[in-house]
Design a protein around this ligand. Structure first.
Ligand code: ATP
Ligand code: MG
Length: 341
């Protein structure tokens, strides 16, 4: 027969812990002590992992709570109610289908809608980093690789250190060639699939949306992105026969869902570089719709083929800045609204 767990009374607990300088308070007492609302105090204490249920009463360990708040004070981060902090991986193992272009312009689009956005460059090519104007990614000394190595080695880090602030209102965690070395190193690491997730969990309450721009492969970095994500957006250029590649991607997503991240869902395929004057593009769109339409959503918005989509990366700005009101900027604004849906 299972033993009934022994519960301490509040007095016993106080006596036990008094010697260690700990003190427990109720939610009402804590709220009064810090002059904040009870709900806010409860949420903060939860975040601090300082709440204990003792004899059906919620008590808060004040020392633990103080230590947690000190981290915020030290790093000048404001504690906020947990945000939605949705993590979206932008993935397709096929190269050059518009992943980075979608990440940048969806990211800035969301920021223009008032969302706090972090863009994570998860590609050693550093294209996202470079296209936002950080033109020499290899010269940046703190990147995604740095923070992932620190997480791997259990180093106590300031998770916001290394995040860049772009003039168009998005934050960026850059990447460079070091990430390819890390990908190799990950193979021998325990919990290697969830290193990125562990990092993102540290910062996601600072953001409304975290977009991860994946590299063109289904290797360990992409698995890390899928394991960390709530949703996947799959850019698909209409100039390439996507069905075969999509099958492989879907199989990987199913595996990740089964073993690493049950809540992962495919948000949808976004058709990029479309030119609906040609029937070929129409055929491919139709093929995707008939092959995956019921299982996988396809965004209504398509991103038209235009040099206006390709040019801004040379200037380090989004298409909204490069060509405001143009058809590509409008398409990305529509896509943003669909994603916010
Ligand atoms: P990779 O797999 O290498 O990471 P990617 O999938 O991230 O590539 P992008 O880098 O976004 O793809 O785009 C590939 C190329 O196509 C880039 O030169 C980009 O400027 C260009 N491009 C992206 N979108 C469009 C578009 N709508 N019209 C024309 N060119 C585009
Ligand atoms: Mg890219």
């Amino acid at each position: 027969m299972a033993k009934k767990r022994k519960e301490l009374t509040v007095e016993q607990l106080e006596n036990l812990t008094r010697g260690h300088g700990k003190k427990y308070v109720s939610l009402d007492e804590g709220a009064a002590l810090y002059s904040i609302g009870k709900n806010t105090f409860r949420q903060m204490a939860k975040d601090a992992k300082a709440t204990y249920k003792i004899n059906r009463r919620v008590l808060v360990n004040i020392q633990k709570f103080d230590e947690f708040m000190e981290r915020f004070r030290k790093n000048s981060i404001k504690w906020r109610f947990r945000k939605m902090g949705k993590v979206i991986a932008i993935t397709n193992q096929k190269g050059g289908v518009g992943k980075t272009t979608v990440a940048v312009n969806l990211g800035v689009g969301l920021a223009r809608e008032g969302k706090k956005v972090l863009l994570i460059d998860a590609d050693p090519q550093g294209s996202l980093t470079a296209s936002l104007g950080y033109v020499e990614p290899d010269d940046i000394n703190r990147t995604l690789a740095t923070v992932m190595i620190e997480v791997m080695n259990d180093v106590d880090i300031d998770p916001m250190d290394g995040i860049l602030h772009h003039a168009e209102g998005v934050d960026v965690l850059p990447a460079n060639i070091e990430l390819s070395g890390l990908e190799v190193a990950l193979v021998n690491v325990m919990s290697r699939e969830v290193i990125l997730k562990t990092y993102i969990e540290m910062i996601r309450d600072q953001y409304d949306v975290v977009l991860v721009d994946c590299m063109p492969s289904l290797g360990m970095m992409t698995i890390n992105a899928l394991a960390a994500a709530d949703e996947v957006i799959i850019p698909c250029s209409s100039s390439y026969l996507p069905v075969k590649g999509l099958e492989q991607l879907m199989a990987t997503i199913v595996k990740v869902k089964k073993h690493l991240n049950r809540k992962l869902r495919i948000r949808g395929i976004v058709m990029t570089m479309t030119d609906f004057r040609t029937n070929y593009a129409k055929d491919i769109a139709e093929m995707i719709r008939s092959g995956y339409g019921s299982k996988v959503g396809i965004f209504k918005t398509t991103i038209p083929f235009s040099v206006k989509a390709a040019e801004p990366s040379a200037e380090g700005v989004s298409v909204y800045k490069h060509c405001p009101g143009g058809k590509v900027a409008n398409a990305f604004a529509d896509l943003t609204k669909e994603v916010l849906g």
